[in-house]
Design a protein around this ligand. Structure first.
Ligand code: SF4
Length: 643
């Protein structure tokens, strides 16, 4: 379709000669919304070109009003994609932009940065090295003519963070510091959610940006992730390991009272952990009782405050000795103070939970779990110039609006799918389910039979995603691997991201050599973060509805939403997260307009009107219901793939 149907202002930026089906509607909605200083909540499937559509609709307003665009997304690949599109735009209209990575990835001082355990300790280490003039890469960031020229260069056209890192390596200058000094001069910055939604990181970042939120247009890509990320940001935990380290540290520095309190705390936590199965809700009094009754301290808050000051003093001592200024006592007291702050707030619950370390030993932690994502998102959404919040799986939009508290005048829009209908087969098999009461050996035998039918009637690769690791294990025990005539690649619980990448790469190679099967879980790394275009995954099988276990945390979430949104607690806290995982999994094989993919749901519950209403329109439209008998799947698949 010709670009002449686009708003005139957008055509100055849109770099391609033609547009895809329904792309014009998407662009006009975003352009009009942002121009009128309104937020836009928009669902658009893969293949619609959401990145280029949003950028070219926002840039006319951003440049005209001298605003900045922060484009947040989860993966580096998505950040680099934003810059690739900006490069295409810049051939038509000058525009600047950079993608930003965390300090840990940009730091060139690897021998030092390896000593830091997390982003916060790397920040402290970096500050120390800079203050002492001991980072050669920072010392080279002196304002020489060459440096300033380089800084000007990266603020003159779109640059990917990898390009900047490569160029900085050649000149031995710190890319992180260079980017920090250049961000205030560029229009578009692609970055992770944390820079915008974590209040501490945001404040530091906005200072470098020299721009208040009111002068920022925010784009949230893959926004289905936002509620969960917002909850992670405002939750915190304290492990037994940190308590033990705090005791040793306090002893080393001669703070006996602090050491004995840390010892008491981990002993009490260990005792409690021994009496629970996996996770328990705690009364907020748990801590104050330990402090008052067991330690005989009458004013817990002032005691925690004094621990915090002791931790700060330890940091200062370490700093003056030229050592890495990390204090476990400080981290522990930060958590304890936060516990006190959230004790009377019903949007938080206190928990104790058991978990396995990387070394496979069982331990426990105390947690403050946030229940309300809007406490993190609303302060941002209500302050920016405008927000464009988009994803392929956002329905029902009204629920998303309420959960994240987008401004009331937000424009809600669902863009029709650009995929030709004949490229998608969506089918539900009746007579099968992974509902608890249905999990019998006979049911798993039937599920294995259905999966085998899909694999046998799929031209090359198949992805199979179970509702949980328990279901995955049961499928293997029911003989899935033996029943398949193609090699099986299986995701394991707790797998590192590197190991998972290797597994996925090995599976994808079979796209060129006869096909294979990938077995994973819904809501896992592979079912949400990896694309499988072309023959890399022709069919995807969704085994069961991935409802969460009814843990104390899940129950508290449902209760909290029920209080905020009467009659919708279960839907928002339990059904929606599960359907989001299933919808994301369904989208794996269909990434480009040329892809042809079969989406097979092995659970009759997907056929109900209730479950279907949470699936993206392009999946539920034309969904076939298959009878509970052998070969029904084989027939439709053979017909679809013309095998
Ligand atoms: S100044 Fe740069 S290179 Fe040096 S430690 Fe900090 S981030 Fe790393």
């Amino acid at each position: 379709m010709s670009t002449s149907v686009l708003p005139k202002e957008v055509t100055e930026y849109f770099p391609y000669p033609s547009i895809r089906p329904h792309q014009a509607q998407f662009i006009s909605t975003v352009f009009n919304g942002v121009r009128d200083r309104r937020s836009v909540l928009i669902e658009g499937s893969n293949g619609l070109g959401k990145t280029i559509s949003s950028l070219s609709s926002i840039l006319p307003t951003a440049i005209n009003k001298k605003l900045k665009v922060l484009y947040v997304a989860r993966t580096h690949r998505q950040h680099e994609r934003v810059i690739e599109e900006l490069k295409a735009i810049s051939k038509k209209h000058p525009v600047t932009g950079i993608s930003l990575r965390g300090r840990n990835e940009m730091c060139l001082n690897k021998s030092e940065s390896r000593k830091a355990h997390d982003a916060k300790s790397l920040m402290e280490l970096c500050e120390l090295l800079k203050a002492k003039g001991e980072c050669p890469y920072y010392n080279n960031n002196e304002r020489t003519y060459e440096y300033l020229q380089f800084q000007q260069q990266i603020s003159s056209r779109p640059y990917q963070s990898l390009e900047i890192i490569r160029a900085c390596k050649k000149k031995s200058i710190c890319p992180y510091e260079l980017v920090k000094s250049a961000v205030s001069d560029v229009t578009v910055i692609a970055l992770s959610y944390l820079y915008v939604f974590d209040p501490d990181i945001r404040n530091a970042f906005l200072k470098n940006l020299e721009t208040p939120l009111q002068k920022i247009i925010l784009v949230v890509d893959e926004a289905h992730n936002l509620p969960e990320t917002a909850i992670e940001i405002s939750s915190s935990s304290l492990s037994i390991y940190v308590m033990r380290q705090a005791e040793l540290e306090a002893k080393r520095f001669g703070y006996e009272e602090a050491a004995s309190f840390a010892r008491l705390l981990y002993a009490e936590t260990e005792k409690l952990a021994a009496s629970i199965s996996r996770e328990e809700k705690l009364s907020p009094d748990f801590l104050t009782k330990i402090v008052r009754d067991k330690a005989g301290i009458l004013a817990p808050r002032s005691f925690f405050q004094s621990l915090n000051e002791t931790g700060l003093a330890i940091k200062k001592t370490l700093l003056s000795e030229g050592k890495h200024p990390r204090s476990y006592l400080h981290s522990m007291s930060d958590f304890l103070l936060r516990w006190m702050d959230t004790a009377d707030d019903e949007s938080y619950i206190a928990l104790i939970s058991k978990y396995f370390t990387r070394e496979n030993t069982q331990t426990a932690k105390l947690e403050i779990a946030a229940l309300d994502p809007s406490k993190t998102t609303q302060p941002v959404f209500s302050s920016t110039y405008a927000n464009v919040v988009m994803s392929g799986t956002l329905q029902p939009l009204e629920a998303y609006m309420k959960i994240t508290k987008l401004p009331e005048n937000t424009i809600q829009h669902i863009a029709p799918s650009p995929f030709p209908k004949e490229h998608i087969l969506s089918a539900v098999c009746l007579g099968v389910s992974t509902a608890m009461e249905s999990r019998t050996p006979a049911m798993y035998q039937t599920l294995v039979k259905r999966i085998t039918e899909v694999v046998a009637n799929t031209p090359v690769n198949t992805g199979v995603f179970a509702a949980s690791f328990e279901v995955l294990r049961a499928l293997l025990e029911a003989g899935l691997e033996e029943a398949l005539k193609k090699p099986l690649y299986c995701e394991r619980r707790g797998m590192s991201s590197k190991a998972n990448e290797h597994l996925v790469a090995a599976f994808k190679e079979h796209a060129l050599k006869g096909g294979a099967v990938f077995l994973g879980v819904q809501g896992g790394r592979t079912s949400e973060g990896v694309d499988f275009p072309g023959n890399q995954m022709n069919s995807v099988v969704i085994v069961g509805v991935p409802y969460a276990e009814p843990t104390p945390r899940v129950k508290a979430q449902i209760e909290y939403y029920e209080k905020c949104f009467p009659k919708f607690g279960r839907e928002y806290g339990y059904v929606l997260p599960a359907m989001k995982k299933a919808s994301q999994t369904a989208g794996r094989p269909i990434r480009t307009l040329e892809d042809k993919g079969a989406i097979i749901f092995l659970d009759y519950r997907y056929a109900t009107n209730y479950c279907r209403s949470f699936l993206p329109t392009w999946v539920r439209e034309g969904m076939k219901l298959l009878p509970a008998k052998d070969n029904a799947l084989s027939c439709v698949l053979r017909d679809f793939f013309k095998m």
